[in-house]
Structure formats: structure tokens, C-alpha cells
Unconditional design. Sequence first.
Length: 632
Amino acid sequence: MNALCAMGRAGRFLMMVVMGAALAAEVAQTASAAPVEVWVAPEGQAGASGTIEAPLGSPAEALRQVREWRRTRDPRVEEGARIVLRGGRYEVAETIILRPEDSGTAAAPLAIVAAPEEVPVLSGGRPVTGWRPAETLPARMGHAPAGAVWVAEVPEWRGRPLEFRQLWVNNVKAVRARYPETDDMRRLVAWNTPAQEAEIPLEALGGVQDIREVEMVIHQMWEIAVLRLRTVAADGGAAWVTFQEPEGQIQFEHPWPPPVVNADKPERNSAFYFTNAPEYLSMPGEWWLDRRAGQVYYWPRAGEDLTTTEVIVPALETVLELAGSTDNPIRHVSFEGLTFAHSGWLRPSLAGHVPHQATMFMTEAYKLRPKGTPDWRSLDNQAWVGRSPALVLANGINQVSWQACRFTHGAMGGLDLQHAVQDTTVERCAFRDLGGNGVQAGYYGDRAGEVHLPYRPADEREQVARVTIAHNRVDDTANEDWGGVGISVGFAREMLVAHNEIVSTSYTGISLGWGWSRTPSVMSNNHVVGNHIQRFATRNTDTAGIYLVGAQPGSVVERNVIEEPVLWPWVHDPEHWGFVYLDEGSSYTTVRDNWAPREKFIKNANGPGNVWENNGPMVEADVREAAGPDGH
């Protein structure tokens, strides 16, 4: 007879109560060991309980709820918190901002995740609806047959008609009306720097009648320039054009990269096209915004029915911002399975866009006469740059990760790890259809820091360091600013760029370094390992599959696979590229065991200590098999 049976009824009841209480306590303890979950859904409601049955409607509201629990030391977040986003599109009304108060701890982290098997899309765009065949077209839009072009009212945004430079139709970017429509471009005829004017064939203007808001996009070696027209003076079959400020002065004063004009080889002069006029809307897939009338016109592609098709235009330049600081970073936060989409960028419409390299636009730049600065006695130019926006921006973060996220349909960058970013991971993510860089990380200069000055702040916490960018797929980047890069790292240290696949980028696959100087800076111990790069240089020259610049002691480029580039016939020098390219100031870097179909490498004005070992088609087959993300 067991002990429980041997007791009387009262004793047995008391024992059962005690055992039940112990079991309940054990269950409660087990339950409290799991992070609290707050559910969010596009159809959720403000003020809801945040359960799976009654989700909130906004990620920002969920963040505030968790933040308040942490502030009040609510026991629900003792083991951390998970904000779970159901699938669907979230129309983000303003940039979602994480602050230091949103930080988790090692024992109680914050995770913002997709619900299992669902795809939440954090969108900075707005739908364009109410499409109808245009009964009448603007007088200057004379290329389309009757009924071909459709029109819709521009969405209202913050009390005014929305202005935008991108438009996506069923997740495919449409073409902002341009001339010529294809890569059958025109070339510069002459370039008059003292007068700050350019000569072009008159027919290259495409018969435009009103040059207000018309932009000229010029190919410039490893970059482009976007210049708003100011005047046009016809002279027989030629035209002289000038540009608006501030970009006009920057364009004619900056020495690098220049437009190419060579009287002896005019067939190699810089190519260009014009955009943003109704005369240029002349084929399916093109669109034009009549900003003054608040209407947008689109010529549908075959099979597109605008009564049912989804059309999105961007409203925000950044969808998510992590706003930590050097003294108070954001810590222990992870993002899993989220999609960040639909960002815009209006600066070229307001101030033009003249980049130095890797989309960093110049705010001032000029040639030095005589040459030389205190750091570099033969330096021939100075430049100060600004930073183009990205779908996701991070400053002041530590121990943060992005896992299996998507960054897509962005006017410029995908993910920008800007300042004081350390011990952070970007892994198994997808970057696709981006106007600029896929991932950019590190310091590139600013208004207070000239681009050639070695960056070495006394406070190491300000640096970008120990960031892993691994097992990602980067596809179709730099499709607006052709000088963008698949993965771009500026002044940074102890970076690991490993086993990524980069497919189809206009300039360089992976760029590592900045400054063009042999002077020591923060750059050191960076590793580029096991990446697979294909279809680079689809628009630009002076490029490489992997490009390095500046002194980077202890850095290694190894076991990468770099396929043949896809060279654009309009570049000024189709031979100026390499599979690996060590540019000015590159020092103390090892390049070894990288597979390429032939030995074509560039060493330009390098410093000491570089080591090249076993690069080219002779590299063992296992290198090629192992490159790229797992399962490649």
C-alpha cells in the first residue's frame, strides 16, 4: 500500500494540494523563463492586448509597450521580449526608431521576428490607386497611341501631393521617362570648365520644350552625375547646356571622377541621357510625374492591368533607424525574417547628385594647386561628402543582428551601418533591387572630415568594428547610382565579409577601405573570404570584383571566386578593370587563393607589405565549390 493510500481523506487532500502547488510553481517558473511575446498584424488594432488573438496594428506601438515594461521593471520582460509580426504589408507612417531604451540584455534580449512561415513587409511606400486610361494627354506627350497611357492622382502625404523618383508595378521597378529609352546613348561633344557648360548634339535633348525639372545623367568613369538643367542654347546641330546649383559648381570643379572628353577618341567620350519630361514617355514600362498637376502617368507593359495591379511609390527615405550613441548604444537586439521595402530619395531633385565614389555625394570638391596636404604631399584634390540614405540605418549599436531579412525596392542603400557599430551580424539576408549599395558600413568622411584624411578617432567606441557580413545574397544593386557597390566597407576594422553571393552590380562587387592613403588609420585585420561574385561592372569601369584602397595591416582577401564581368560598351576604357584591384595606398594586405578565369589583377600606387599568392585559374577546385552561401 503506497503512502498516499495510507493517509486519511484529509491527509490525501492536503498532500494533493501541496503537490499541485509545487507543480503550478514549476509550470509558472518554466513559463517565466520564455520571452514575452507581443503580436502585431497589419489588421491589428491600437490599444489591443498584443496577443496572437488580439494583435496590435503597429510595430512602433509594440516597441513602446516593451519599452515601458522594461522601464517599470515589469516581470513579463525578465527573460526578454519577442515582437512577432504577422505577414502582410505595414505602411510605415514615419521611420520606426529604436532607441537605447529599447535595448535588451544578454539574459533578456529583444527579438523582432516574422511569424512562422509568414512574410511581414515594412514598407515606406504608398499605393497609387484609381488608375484610368488617360482620355487626354499633356500636349508634349505625343509618342503614345490612343489609350496606351494611364493616369492616376498622386497620393496625399502629410497634407500635400507626394513627390517621388521611383515607382514599382507588381514589385518590378518601372523606368522614369528618359531619352534615349535604351542604352543607345549619346556622348558629350565638348566640356568647357571655365564657362561651366557642356556641348552635346542638339537631337540628344529629344525635342524637349520645357527644361524645368529635366535632368541630365552623365557617365563618369566609376560614377555618374545627376544634373538639373538650367539653360540650353542651340547652335546649329549642337547645344550648350548649363546646370543648376549647387551641383553645377561641384560638377565643374571636382577633378575625380571626371566626365571623359577626348577630341582624338570621341567614340570614348562620356555617355549620357536625359530624364523627367513628358516628351520622354514613349514606351511601355515608363512613367512620368506631373508634379504641378498632382498626376502620374504610366504606360503599362504587356499583361499589366492597372485596375488590379499593385503600384507603389516611396514616401520615406528610411524605414527603420537604430538611433544609439557612443555612450549609450543599443544592445542585444535581433531582427529575423523581416522585409524592408520601398524607400525614396529626393535630394537629386533638389540639389543634384555628384558622387565621389560608392554613392557618397560631394558637397565640395576641387583640384589642389599646388598639390599637397600635411598628410599627403602629392595629393591633387580634396573632397567632402554626404551619405546617401538606406532602407535601414544604424548608429551606436552593439551585439545586434539581422538574420534572414530582405532589403528590397530601395532608392539607394539597403542597410547602412554608419557609426559606432560593433559586434554586429548581418547573415543570410537578401539585398535586391537597390539604387545604391547593398550593404555599406564604416566611415567615409563628412562635412568635418575630408575623404583622404586617415580616420582614427581616439575613442575606439566610435569606430565600426567586428561586424560579420556573411552568407547573404546581393542581387541587382546600383541600378540608379551606377557607382554603387554590392558590399561597401569604408574606414572600419576587424570586418568579416564571408561567403556572400553578389550578382549583377553596376560597379564593384565588394569594396573595402577608404582614404587612398598609406597613412595608418582604423583599417586593419579585415577579411574577405569565400565570396562568389558574378556580373560585376555592368555599367562602370575602373572597377573590380573585389576592390581595396588604403593601408589595412593584417587584412586578407582569400578563397573568393570571381567570374568574368559583364562589360558595358559605353565605358571610356573597357580594359580598365581587374578581378582583384589594390588601389592607391593599399598596404600590408594579403591576396591569396582567389579563383578567377584568368590572371587579370590591378596594383595601382600601392604601398609596402602586400602579398599576392596563387590567384587565378590554377586555384584548387574546392575553393570554387565552397564559395558563396551554404548550399551554393
